[in-house]
Write a protein that binds this ligand. Structure first.
Ligand code: URA
Length: 190
């Protein structure tokens, strides 16, 4: 399905019943940010706070993400867009199943077509394995830029994983700094 505008796409997504996550969600978490951004961040799926508020990354992990963004001059209200692989919360925050991801990914594809980002940052294993390579290893490949078509992809640690394992925080910070360098190198105006 081709959507002419973001509003049209969002309206359709908000009433999606393609998979059974629709039965347990409070609301669809479509995405947030600048629809013309050059940089798109993709997480895995909404958690409890996101399901209640309808916005991605607004819980503790989201607050940490906002800090890393701020360090490199990025801001969800200004110059990036944030979305997830699945738009509805998996019960008990379990990993989204392969079938759920497959049924949901067309929404992200449609968002990507309209946003036309130059860089996509995958937050965590689920997003990196779905968008970059199915055998992607965050611990080994974080911070590497991989060109696919017109888009440069990079995978880094999921902020919730950093809350569980703060020892990886310096590596995550380096990834964000590498992103900042790439933005400069490509002359992307933010
Ligand atoms: N974790 C994610 O992957 N996405 C969110 O929106 C929140 C937490």
């Amino acid at each position: 399905m081709k959507y002419e505008s973001f509003d049209e796409l969002k309206r359709a997504c908000l009433i999606c019943e393609k998979c059974s996550l629709c039965k347990t969600r409070t609301q669809v978490v479509f995405g947030v940010g600048n629809e013309n951004a050059d940089i798109l961040f993709v997480g895995e799926g909404p958690g409890e706070t996101e399901d209640l508020q309808g916005e991605p990354f607004v819980g503790r992990a989201g607050q940490l993400l906002d800090k890393y963004l701020q360090v490199i001059g990025l801001d969800r209200k200004k110059n990036i867009y944030i979305a997830n692989i699945v738009k509805c919360r998996p019960p008990q925050n379990r990993d989204p199943q392969a079938e759920e991801q497959e049924l949901c990914i067309d929404w992200l594809r449609a968002q990507t077509r309209l946003i036309r980002p130059k860089i996509i940052v995958c937050l965590g294993r689920i997003a990196a394995q779905k968008l970059i390579a199915e055998d992607f290893r965050v611990t080994k490949q974080h911070g590497e830029f991989i060109q696919k078509g017109n888009i440069l992809f990079m995978g880094t640690f999921h902020p919730a994983a950093l809350l569980r394992n703060p020892l990886n925080k310096p590596d995550a910070l380096s990834d964000f700094q590498a992103l900042r360098e790439k933005i400069k190198e490509l002359n992307i105006q933010i």
